[in-house]
Design a protein around this ligand. Sequence first.
Ligand SMILES: C[S@@+](CC[C@H](N)C(=O)[O-])C[C@H]1O[C@@H](n2cnc3c(N)ncnc32)[C@H](O)[C@@H]1O
Length: 92
Amino acid sequence: MASCTNAIDKEVSIRDILMKIYPVTCIKVADLGCASGPNAFFPTCKVIETITRIYQQEHWESPELQVLLNDLPITTSMPYLHMFLLSMTGSS
Ligand SMILES: C[S@@+](CC[C@H](N)C(=O)[O-])C[C@H]1O[C@@H](n2cnc3c(N)ncnc32)[C@H](O)[C@@H]1O
């Protein structure tokens, strides 16, 4: 029950924010210190799901959604994502 109430509280908070900032063309969701593994994506996915659901309920035109995953640029923290990004940019 506690986690259910907590989830409802978070949805209410996100709805409150969206009501204040609407209309916007782009919403950025940032996880500062995301690491890697399930915790890197799960909370961000839940926020995106909640934003998308609220926009549908309100019949609002969907904004552009940007996800910013941030962590220290060291290979022990997020090796796979870091190596992938380096390969995409051609950096060493
Ligand atoms: C306790 S871990 C939490 C990781 C993840 N958010 C989670 O909940 O599992 C803290 C993370 O913050 C990162 N971090 C620490 N200082 C940072 C900084 N100055 N800039 C970006 N990331 C940082 C670390 O590399 C580490 O991945």
